[in-house]
Design a protein around this ligand. Structure first.
Ligand code: SAM
Length: 393
């Protein structure tokens, strides 16, 4: 079943259409869809996904190819955005691609279609995943891809060093290296000083070993916040892989109706001289240069970078809100620079919002603080402080 296309580059939408992969906009819609495809497997899968039962999710979801493709409707938008980004990289001319954690081969078969002159290798530890991947390649008449059921740790025994010029991993390393704990941090810089890396860099050294000297490593991993990306960049650096921050991007997608964003990290063996924190600022403010003038507001990582770029500040007043029996703590503070008043609302779980006001706008600053606190006040009691020494720890 070759993929029908009239374009020079095959169309990703046509690929999904050929495979009959639906888009589900809600959890309910997803379970309805997979149940229609195979009610027995859907019943086996549900307690694994909702963590009511322990077991190997990948062996169940990849029990048959039709069911595996039905489950893809959960990640369709994410994979579609990722492949669209790859399609836009006109300079990519890989000869040999390795996909680590290829699962049912959906992405690897796309690379094989999109780069017909390249040889694609997909590896995964899941037996059923690799079986589905091979079946998918056969169904699509794809001959430039091969799949191997091996553990990541066996890669160096099975493949020659410097033998892949493009290595790709998508949402795989949190399983290979173990998940990162959700960091609690007030400042990205402090967080990366205290806990600079993602984990043992030996894993990423394997990627470096397999990559050609001029090769590229693309990762689109489960990074929940800029701190995770910073730790990943630092671990890559320890493994001689340097993030090419100019080439990285953040892609938008939605998962069962919820809007999400995730970074794509491009690394090579070429040093850049850019520090991780500079690179993170470049990535999170890409296409959105920060402007430091009254009336500007920033949210998320941009707010934190803008706040730090605004230089010397004097603390004026603040409120702290601690959510009982939770880790969440929020601060709502007013700071003063030589030119502006800053209203900075930030939380130890990643919330950031900054309003830049004229230096005389004391009343507006108070109103913004009340407005910001109003969104969270139902979560717990607030404590006011006029000196930093009194700020609750
Ligand atoms: C979350 S899934 C992601 C699959 C696919 N890359 C995607 O984007 O849908 C993680 C995959 O990594 C594989 N995996 C986990 N640990 C592995 C290991 N140590 N060696 C090889 N594959 C592994 C799992 O079997 C699974 O297919």
């Amino acid at each position: 079943m070759p993929i029908e296309t009239k374009q020079r580059k095959p169309s990703i939408s046509a690929y999904y259409k050929t495979l009959g992969i639906k888009e589900c906009k809600s959890k309910r819609g997803f379970w309805k869809h997979v149940t229609e495809v195979d009610s027995v497997l859907a019943e086996d899968l549900e307690p694994l996904i909702s963590r009511k039962k322990q077991g190997n999710l990948y062996e169940v979801k990849n029990e048959t190819l039709p069911f595996s493709l039905a489950v893809e409707s959960w990640t369709k938008s994410f994979h579609h955005s990722f492949l669209t980004w790859i399609n836009r990289q006109k300079h990519f001319k890989p000869k040999r691609i390795l996909e680590i954690g290829c699962d049912n081969g959906l992405l690897a078969c796309w690379y094989a279609t999109s780069f017909p002159d390249a040889e694609i290798v997909g590896i995964d530890q899941s037996e059923n995943g690799i079986r589905c991947a091979q079946e998918l390649a056969n169904q699509l008449d794809i001959t430039n891809v091969s799949f191997y059921q091996i553990d990541f740790l066996e890669l160096k025994e099975r493949f020659l060093i410097n033998s892949f010029d493009l290595i790709i991993s998508v949402r795989t390393f949190h399983e290979i290296m173990g998940p990162l704990f959700i960091p609690k941090y007030w400042s990205l810089l402090d967080c990366l000083k205290e806990n600079p890396t993602y984990g043992d860099c030996l894993y990423l050294q394997t990627v470096d070993d397999l990559l050609t000297d001029d090769g590229t490593y693309l990762s689109c991993e489960r990074f929940e916040n800029p701190a995770d990306v910073g730790k990943w960049a630092n671990s890559l650096k320890q493994a001689n892989l340097h993030v090419q921050w100019d080439d990285c991007d953040i892609i938008d997608y939605h998962e069962l109706g919820t809007k999400k964003r995730t970074p794509i990290i491009v690394a090579t063996k070429r040093e850049t001289g850019i520090t991780t924190i500079e690179g993170l600022e470049q990535l999170y403010t890409k296409d959105y240069p920060l402007v430091y003038e009254a009336g500007k507001s920033y949210s998320g990582a941009k707010a934190e970078f803008a706040y730090h770029r605004l230089g010397e500040k004097t603390f004026k007043s603040g409120h702290s809100l601690c959510v009982p029996n939770q880790w969440y703590v929020f601060r709502f503070e007013i700071w003063e620079t030589s030119d502006f008043l800053l209203v900075y609302s930030y939380g130890n779980m990643g919330h950031r919002h900054l309003d830049i006001l004229p230096s005389v706008a004391n009343l507006d600053a108070q109103l913004l603080i009340e407005e910001a606190m109003g969104q969270y006040q139902h979560l717990g009691p607030t404590v006011q402080y006029d000196r930093l020494e009194d700020r609750p720890k």
